[in-house]
Each structure stands twice: as C-alpha cells, then as structure tokens.
Design a protein around this ligand. Structure first.
Ligand SMILES: Cc1cc2nc3c(=O)[nH]c(=O)nc-3n(C[C@H](O)[C@H](O)[C@H](O)COP(=O)(O)OP(=O)(O)OC[C@H]3O[C@@H](n4cnc5c(N)ncnc54)[C@H](O)[C@@H]3O)c2cc1C
Length: 391
C-alpha cells in the first residue's frame, strides 16, 4: 500500500469495484486504491440474490436501471469473465386490485420509457409457470402479473471478481483486509484516510460501504438519511428444473427463482428492525417458506439447504445517494443501494467514475444527490421497490 493515491474507494463490494473498474478504463494514469475491511464482495454483494431488472416506476429510476441492464447485457464479454447472466424474465404478481393498479401504472411508465414490460392474465401466468397455484377461494388470489421478459439473474461473485480483475488489469490497487478507521480533513477538504495498515493521503474519498455507509459518513461529521436493515434469503436442495422465470409477490412478501443447478432461491422483505447483525432467523425462514408455498405448493416437501443475511442501506425514498457532498470537498457518496443495488452496479460505477473525472454530474444520476433531502425533491421509488416487489 502506498502513502498516497488520487482516489481512495472505501468498500470492495460490487459498487466500489465497479467505480474502480470504470475509473481504470477512463484514466489509466489516475492512482486509485480500493480498501475493504474484509474479503472482496463479503458485504451485501456476495449475499445478493442478484436479480437484474429495469421495470421501475419513476422517471428518474427507470432510465438509470435501464442503462444498467443494458451494460449487464455486454458486461461478460467486456470483462472477459463468464457472469452467467440468464435473462429468464420476471413476473410481479398482483393479488389485490390496488396492487394490480400499481402494476398497471408501472407497465405504462415502462412502455413510455422503452422498457419491455406488460400486464398479463392469470392464464398467461399459468403458461409461463404451469405449477403456479391459481385455485380460486384463496385469501390472496392471483389476479394479474407485470411481465418483464428481459429481467434476469447474474452470478453475484462472478460480477465482483470480474470488476476486480478488470480494475486490477487497469492498474487499480485493491487492498482487502484493510479497515478504514478515520478520515482526515483540513478545513472543509478531505486530505486522507486512517487505516488498519497506516495513513493514506488522498484528495478524493468514495464511500461505497452500503450497510456501513452511515458509519463512514460520521467520520467526516455527516449524518446521512440511511438506516441499516438485514435482508435474508435461503436456498433449497436442487430439484428438476420447473421454474424458468423469477416470480415475485409484494402482497406475499416473497420472491423465488430456480438456479441452473436446480436449487430454488427464495427471498423476501428486510427484517423489521435495524441492526448490524448478519445472522439469519427462524422467524424469517418460516415466513419465506409459508409464503412461497402460497405460490408453489409443490415445494412443500423440499428441504432448505442454506439461509443467510446481508446488510442493506435503506433510504427514505428507496433511491440511491450518489454525488459529492456540499461543504466537504472531496467526499463522495455512493450508497443507499438498499435491497435493489446489485442490478445498479454497472451504471453506478460508470456514472460515478465520470463524475470523478469530469467534476460534472452525469444526467442519469442528477436526481440522486444528497441535497434532495433538504430540497424536498425525493425520488419516491418506493412503489416499485415495495408495492411490486422488494427487489
Ligand atoms: C440477501 C440479499 C439479496 C439481495 N438481492 C438483490 C437482488 O436480487 N437484486 C439487486 O439488485 N440487489 C439485491 N440486493 C442488494 C445488493 O446486493 C446490494 O445493494 C449491493 O450488493 C451493495 O453493494 P455495495 O458494493 O454497495 O456494498 P457491499 O457489497 O455491502 O460492500 C460494502 C463493503 O464495504 C466494506 N466496509 C465497510 N466498512 C468498511 C471500513 N470501515 N473500511 C473498509 N471497508 C469497509 C465491507 O466490508 C463491504 O465489503 C440483495 C441484498 C441482500 C443482502
């Protein structure tokens, strides 16, 4: 580790490494270091179920996630790394009239902004997933779904390692097991970071630490509107392939898809309390299993193999915070990725790198600055994140 760099990125998750990769592509002479207190991807990134989609709700989020989705489509070849990106499609199921209303609204906005998504009937849902339980008389009947054919799933650790290798090849230094313990400032300007391996001088510090981002912001005396919640998921033993799409139900608080190995990956909402613990709980396992069986009763005799949790950095408006902070020169936030950030990594990395190099905020992320919380310009992507699925 050197005594100084032009840019220090705190956090070796998918966002920190994506920023590093694009910085390396855009300016080979820039001296960049990524520091992580643990192993690469060991935060939320390697715990992610890594669903990629762009069927959001707002005029701010749809273009951003659409761009990220496009970048994912070519990312494997660009990084020369097999990311196992499988565009298996996605169904957001509506079980009540009010959910179907929101799904319809999303379909309209998606189509206006060139995202392939549409409302389909229960019969069409059954054609896509023959095992889905359409029986009448259930308390939450299946009324319709928002169908988003290009949605998919990517291999989370491959994305992390692909970005890391690409950044490394471009001359970025990556230092895992190096904890940032403090940030030094002179007046209102960042001058460096204190780490478990000694001090580093730098003019730009990027906070890409997701669930820990408010602890890093506190190092420069900044309170950011982020609360950290655990998010859990689990995986079953492998069975013959029978689900060929991702299925999500906000009313049931559950989503499920089947991997190439035949395992069913199941996830749901964040835990109902804020904590830094990454332990999974029996309560959540019970909730996920019960709710999955409402959709796919054939899974009733399947065993769960593993369950885990990761930390999510939730913002009040379910949109990220990206940009330099007014009044603390050189301090850049890239956080607020909550439960939906894996799909955002390519667009987030590229636009953040452009911002660092040009000093100008790219159009795609203009709405995501921290100042929106003071200026009352919240993005309100909550409807897409919660009313139609957590991810
Ligand atoms: C169970 C689960 C399922 C998910 N499913 C999806 C999904 O299907 N689709 C989707 O788009 N998103 C999903 N997400 C969200 C997504 O995974 C995250 O938003 C994304 O991975 C965040 O990446 P990151 O790089 O910002 O943070 P992280 O991967 O959490 O990386 C932050 C890093 O900062 C490091 N760090 C913290 N403090 C310090 C310090 N003081 N010094 C040095 N390093 C430090 C940590 O060690 C960590 O490695 C899911 C998340 C979870 C937990």
């Amino acid at each position: 580790m050197k005594g100084s760099y032009d840019v220090v990125i705190i956090g070796g998750g998918v966002h920190g490494l994506s920023i590093a990769y694009y910085l390396g592509q855009m300016d080979k002479d820039l001296r960049v270091a990524v520091l992580d207190k643990g192993y690469l991807g060991g935060g939320a990134s390697a715990r992610s179920t890594a669903i990629i989609r762009s069927n959001y709700l707002t005029a701010e989020a749809i273009p951003f996630f659409r761009e990220s989705h496009k970048l994912y489509q070519n990312l494997g070849s660009e990084l020369e790394f097999n990311l196992l990106f499988d565009e298996m499609g996605r169904l957001d199921i509506g079980h009540t009239e009010s959910s179907v209303y929101w799904l319809r609204l999303r379909a309209e906005f998606n189509q206006l902004l060139d995202v392939d998504s549409r409302i389909i009937s229960p019969e069409e849902i059954k054609e896509i997933v023959p095992q889905i339980d359409l029986r009448a008389g259930k308390s939450l009947p299946i009324m319709a779904a928002l169908y988003h054919p290009p949605a998919g799933v990517v291999r989370h650790d491959a994305v992390v390692w692909g970005f890391a290798r690409g950044a490394d090849r471009a001359g970025v230094e990556i230092h895992p097991f190096t904890e940032v313990t403090g940030i030094t400032c002179k007046g209102d300007r960042v001058t460096g970071v204190e780490t478990s391996s000694g001090p580093i001088a730098t003019g730009i510090v990027v906070n890409a630490t997701a669930g820990w981002s408010s602890t890093i912001a506190k190092m420069v005396g900044l309170d950011i509107p982020i609360n950290t919640f655990p998010l859990q998921a689990c995986v079953t033993e492998p069975v013959k392939p029978f689900v060929h799409t991702t299925i999500s139900s906000a009313d049931l608080h559950v989503y499920v898809y089947q991997t190439d190995r035949g395992e069913l990956v199941i996830g749901g909402p964040v835990d109902p309390y804020s904590t830094y613990s990454q332990r999974s709980t029996l309560d959540m396992l019970h909730e996920l299993a019960t709710n999955t069986l409402e959709l796919l009763p054939d899974l009733r005799d399947i065993n769960i193999m593993r369950q885990w949790a990761g930390l999510c950095d939730m913002t009040p408006d379910y949109a990220p915070i990206i940009g330099f902070v007014d009044g603390i020169d050189g301090f850049l936030l890239n956080c607020g990725w909550g439960t939906w950030g894996f799909k955002a990594a390519p667009a987030s990395g590229k636009t953040t790198a452009q911002l660092i190099i040009t000093g100008k905020t790219p159009e795609l992320i203009k709405s995501f600055g921290l100042s929106r919380f003071n200026d009352n310009r919240l993005v309100n992507e909550r409807a897409a994140a919660i009313a139609a699925a957590i991810h």
